[in-house]
Design a protein around this ligand. Structure first.
Ligand code: KG4
Ligand code: ZN
Length: 394
């Protein structure tokens, strides 16, 4: 089965085509294309993702990203041959669906009819969680394509995509021998949660942040240190410098490890961020060495809590596989320390961490999650009724 997946939940406009085969216990995948168009540069001046801008950028770029994913260049008007003209009744429906995305509608009507119907069996689309205005653009695009190409749709959960991203490989790979319970630590700009999967269909959120997501805390602390957005990679780079600096002394700073000893599996990062704020204010003019030390100590405080709670949850629920997923899973120190902690404390469990290439948002992971969603419950019954759900849970 070939799946074309569309992902627009945050600030990447992404489309991928994969080929999937097999069952829950032995699924095989081939990534045929995986295009990600990042909006980071557009959002950087705002120091975070600005939803209205994300929506506008998705509208502007989706058609071009689709052509790239299909291995085609955008055609110019003079070359246009209509391979698949849109009938009048379909045209009315599409105008209604893309009513709120005039730029996308215009490109859709001009360019989609120039395409032959692609060799795919279904269209998958992220319907949450994420930024609703951004999600809607992808959903509406998927609906419009499903009408002109007559293809079924699979509404897919973004977080399930991050879970399966841990198993992805460059081109061809299989996902087999998955053992339950499987525990995922999902860490991104919008989420920090522990998800327990007892089976392919049953997911339970056993813990989550009560305030900021950990990626958000990295971004906010980066701003306090006057580093560019997104802050995560910047903080981790500075922290590494602190580690490797020749004149390294024992760190003088100490930040709190919020909720480290709470009995539940919830997190909180806003107090940690505030503690950094006070330190920055107290120091006044920050030297490079101050910034490196703050980055190092902040990062270690966040990682300590993430690792400890994940290990405790894995022990309590007897997790056979521990997964790390989401944008913050790109953090080298988190990858290393979680791996070491699993090896040390959970000798009967394995840890699965995505290749750095697949930690950020992409549509290949959505296509894989869509395949499993399809195996479990088939195509989405009424695709034109799919709605964006910013808080969709697994
Ligand atoms: O999953 P993602 O690409 O987007 C969503 O939020 O859904 O995650 C982006 C987040 C940002 O907050 C970014 O600062 C953080 O992941 N991030 C990192 C690193 N690379 C990206 N945080 C810590 N260390 C990193 N190396
Ligand atoms: Zn994400």
């Amino acid at each position: 089965m070939k799946i074309l997946a569309i992902e627009t939940s945050c600030d990447e406009t992404a489309i991928s085509i994969i080929e999937a085969d097999g069952s829950f216990n032995d699924a095989k995948f081939k990534i045929l294309s995986n295009v990600v168009h990042s909006q980071v540069a557009e959002h950087a001046p705002y120091g975070g993702v600005f939803p209205a801008l994300a929506k506008r950028e998705h509208s502007k770029n989706l058609t071009q990203v689709l052509f790239k994913a299909l291995g085609l260049d955008l055609v110019s008007k003079s070359q246009v041959i209509l391979a698949n003209p849109i009938s009048n009744d379909k045209l009315k429906e599409i105008e209604k669906i893309l009513d709120r995305e005039p730029e996308l509608l215009e490109q859709f009507l001009e360019l989609i009819p120039t395409l032959e119907i692609p060799d795919i069996d279904a269209i998958a689309v992220t319907h949450g969680p994420g930024l609703e205005p951004a999600l809607w653009v992808g959903i509406n695009f998927a609906k419009a394509l499903s009408i002109v190409w007559n293809k079924p749709v699979i509404a897919t959960n973004h977080m399930l995509g991050h879970v399966f991203s841990a198993f992805m490989d460059e081109q061809e790979f299989s996902i087999s021998d998955i053992q339950f319970p499987m525990l995922t630590l999902l860490v991104s700009g919008g989420h920090t949660e522990l998800i327990l999967m007892k089976d392919f269909g049953t997911y339970e959120k056993i813990g989550q942040t009560r305030d900021d997501a950990v990626g958000e805390a990295f971004d906010k602390v980066a701003r306090l240190l006057e580093l560019p957005y997104p802050g995560g990679p910047e903080i981790s780079r500075l922290a590494e410098k602190f580690d490797s600096s020749e004149s390294q002394q024992a760190p003088k700073l100490e930040f709190p490890r919020p909720m480290l000893h709470s009995k539940d599996f919830d997190f909180s990062f806003s107090g940690l961020k505030t503690s950094v704020l006070y330190t920055v204010k107290k120091i006044g003019k920050l030297t490079q060495a101050d910034k490196e030390e703050i980055a190092h100590e902040f990062q270690q405080a966040a990682i300590d809590v993430l690792v400890k709670k994940t290990i405790q949850a894995a022990q309590k629920y007897g997790a056979k596989i521990v997964i790390l997923g989401g944008g913050v899973a790109a953090n080298n120190k988190l990858r290393k320390q979680l791996t070491e902690a699993v090896e040390k404390n959970l000798p009967n469990s394995i840890i699965q961490i995505p290749d750095i290439k697949f930690t950020g948002d992409n549509a290949a992971m959505i296509a894989i999650a869509a395949y499993f969603t399809y195996l479990k419950s088939g195509f989405t019954k009424e695709p034109l009724k799919i709605e964006a759900d910013g808080n969709l849970s697994l």
